[in-house]
Design a protein around this ligand. Structure first.
Ligand code: ADP
Ligand code: MG
Length: 387
């Protein structure tokens, strides 16, 4: 109800009305699942405005009416369970796409615990039943890339290519080649990082992209539960690049990263050595990621990209001046049972936001609110216009 009354009309404001920032941090809450309901879990997240979010932590788990702790967070945008992939895309990845045609690198991260909706948002769902299919950010972005490429005279002969690979532990695997071969990552004297032998498939239609993603996801998650668990412990990276004729490396690209689940639990006694190692490796990469985003926001010449394989292969995304753009979408589960992981996710995102915040910069929502209203009712007597 609130969604219809408040969110719909406001969300109609084009996100393009706001100046795009170099680094954007957003949060998306997924709906309560059947599993949550069966476990009699309650929804403890509310999204009262388009840029804030409250976690109602229940101190007293017996009496559900006693809501004791409220944690309020503020981000560039917050999306509640009524928001579609399309809408999330419009505000997060879409403003970044142009970057690759300007010779820069755009990067979009999905961060959060396993089961919070990272893959749903990035890949979408490929189900046999057509009503269950949802398009994810990869394909939505690809469609806009093709569209822009058609109009782009500067890169007439250039080819759009895509790659899909995963990082598990500190190993890189090509998801577009049967058998998922391991790839070597090399760095030359000028600190340029190359993934040797990474497949770059030329593409010209969204359908082709969808097929590649589906194929890649099948390799990533094929069958057994153990593999499924493993897949949530890996980072999946989908890249769309613009390659000039005769070149091999793209002159601009968009990277979409479905990060490994950030949940704790790897440090508990019961966890196997393998699980603990995975957890440590993931922690290391998420820490390195935060540091690289911080360096990026400061246009720092020293980039700590060697902190992990993830930041090493994404080095191009963080270097350079203003031409690179990044967006982080932190995904959260609504249920009470996930409260610890949810707070961890929000605190990480909050930290990233704080690291990049500049005093004199308005968030996109604040900019929208400052946009003059040219509606007929507007009588020009806005209080805040008097100065
Ligand atoms: P993750 O990749 O973070 O582990 P998934 O994307 O696999 O999580 O999501 C877990 C489950 O929740 C899936 O069954 C998915 O269909 C469902 N889900 C996640 N986000 C949404 C959403 N926004 N709307 C509907 N279902 C969702
Ligand atoms: Mg996933």
């Amino acid at each position: 109800y609130r969604d219809q009354l408040v969110l719909r009309p406001l969300r109609n404001i084009s996100p393009r009305g706001a100046r795009t920032q170099q680094i954007t941090v957003c949060v998306r809450k997924r709906p309560m699942s059947l599993r949550d309901r069966e476990a009699k879990s309650v929804d403890i997240i509310s999204v009262p405005t388009l840029d804030s979010l409250i976690v109602h932590e229940l101190r007293n788990k017996v009496d559900l009416t006693k809501l004791l702790d409220h944690h309020r967070f503020r981000f560039d945008y917050t999306f509640d369970e009524g928001c579609s992939n399309k809408l999330v895309y419009e505000y997060t990845a879409r403003p970044l796409i142009r970057t690759m045609f300007e010779g820069g690198n755009a990067t979009c991260f999905a961060y959060g615990q396993t089961g919070s909706g990272k893959t749903h948002t990035m890949s979408g769902e490929f189900s046999g039943k057509s009503q269950d299919c949802t398009t994810g950010i990869y394909a939505l972005a690809a469609r806009d890339v093709f569209e822009m490429h058609k109009k782009d005279v500067a890169h007439k002969g250039a080819q759009i290519t895509c790659s899909y690979f995963e990082i598990y532990g500190s190993k890189v695997f090509d998801l577009l080649v049967p058998g998922k071969p391991q790839l070597r990552v090399l760095e030359d004297g000028r600190q340029q990082v190359v993934i040797v032998g990474l497949t770059r498939t030329p593409v010209s239609k969204v359908d082709e992209i969808m097929q590649l993603i589906e194929r890649g996801n099948r390799v990533r998650t094929s069958g057994q539960t153990s593999v499924n668990i493993k897949s949530s412990r890996s980072h999946a990276i989908f890249q769309i690049g613009l390659v000039k004729p005769g070149d091999w490396e793209p002159c601009g690209k968009c990277s979409f990263v479905d990060l490994a689940g950030n949940e704790r639990g790897a440090d508990t006694q019961s966890a196997s050595l393998q699980t603990r190692r995975e957890g440590a490796e993931i922690n290391k990469s998420l820490l390195a990621l935060k540091e690289c985003i911080r360096a990026m926001s400061r246009h720092s010449t020293h980039l700590p990209f060697r902190g992990s394989k993830l930041t090493q292969v994404l080095r191009d995304s963080f270097i350079g001046g203003q031409q690179n753009k990044t967006c982080m979408i932190a995904m959260i589960s609504p249920g009470l049972g996930s409260v610890e992981n949810t707070l961890n996710t929000l605190r990480y995102a909050d930290r990233v936001k704080a690291l990049v915040a500049k005093e004199d910069e308005l968030t996109p929502m604040q900019q929208l609110k400052k946009t003059p209203r040219y509606s007929p009712e507007y009588n020009g007597t806005d209080n805040d216009s008097v100065s």
